[in-house]
Design a protein around this ligand. Structure first.
Ligand code: G3P
Ligand code: CA
Length: 275
């Protein structure tokens, strides 16, 4: 079923078009922009020498040919790794199972570590408005340094102080209320998204932590507690849902009037939305 006439839902590419190219690589983000995604999602972590890089896990083991924690490695160490080869057919040779993906050779290029700075440059050169949803990962460990570096970088691109939150092409997401609080204290007009894996008993009425405009529930919360989504909307919040890959979940998001769908398959979701 397609939904040509519903309100315009923003389609956000989760870690890039991560079903079509290795997650968090330049290739995955280029593909998402080509596919027509409205926005890109990325996770950021701080390296040992203070660079923000787009890596989801604490360690690089799953998504690169290296080992170790991002926080213990310098940018030069990460730059020597390949963040695409784990998705190549060669990497699976000799294993019993078969990979459930088949990438085009061009989607396995541009697979060195992606800095947030490089991603911001890609978005600046996109030739159309492409928004960015940046998630701070485990920021408590760094006592404010992740947010500090993030805001310095956004300032360099003129993105740290939008006139109003609604106009901002960038939003900051986190599971950590403290991280979002730090961002709002330093950059009050940057919108923040409170990510949630479960509904906090204190906030069941649809309120969010003070100053947060956008709720970021998992698709599981949305499936199991549609009334909660209604309460969030009644409280005046936008609702951005992750990670929505199945057609029936897209239908549910449309029916509930969700504002943004965060997906590994932006092309497929756009098609379901009739775009
Ligand atoms: O967009 C929010 C979502 O990315 C949070 O979960 O684990 O994929 O970072 P995770
Ligand atoms: Ca994320």
């Amino acid at each position: 079923m397609t939904h040509a006439r519903q309100h315009r839902i923003q389609v956000v590419a989760h870690r890039g078009a991560s079903e079509d190219a290795p997650e968090h690589t330049l290739a995955a983000y280029k593909k998402a922009i080509e596919d027509g995604a409205d926005a890109l999602e990325c996770d950021v972590r701080l390296t040992a020498d203070g660079h923000l890089v787009c890596v989801h896990d604490r360690r690089v083991n799953r998504t690169s040919n290296g080992r170790g924690a991002v926080s213990a490695l310098e940018l030069a160490d990460l730059a020597a790794l390949d963040f695409g080869s784990w998705k190549s057919r060669d990497a699976w040779r000799g294993r019993d199972e078969e990979p459930d993906w088949e990438f085009r050779p061009e989607d396995l290029q541009d697979t060195s570590v992606l800095t947030l700075e490089r991603l911001l440059a890609l978005v600046a050169d996109a030739g159309r408005r492409v928004e960015l949803a940046i998630e701070t990962k485990h920021p408590t460990r760094w006592a404010g340094q992740v947010e500090e570096r993030l805001l310095v970088l956004l300032k360099r691109f003129g993105l740290d102080a939008p006139a109003t939150p609604a106009e901002s092409p960038v939003r900051i997401m986190s599971f950590s209320a403290r991280s979002l609080h730090r961002v709002r204290a330093a950059a009050p007009t940057l919108p923040t998204v409170s990510l949630m894996q479960f509904v906090s008993p204190r906030l069941r009425d649809g309120r969010l932590p003070a100053g947060v405009r956008i709720a970021g529930p998992s698709i599981r919360i949305v499936r199991n507690h549609p009334a909660y989504v209604e309460r969030l909307k009644q409280a005046g919040h936008q609702v951005h849902v992750w990670t929505v890959n199945e057609p029936e979940d897209v239908d549910l998001c449309v029916d509930l009037g969700i504002d943004a769908i965060i997906t590994n398959r932006p092309r497929a979701v756009l098609a379901l939305l009739g775009r």
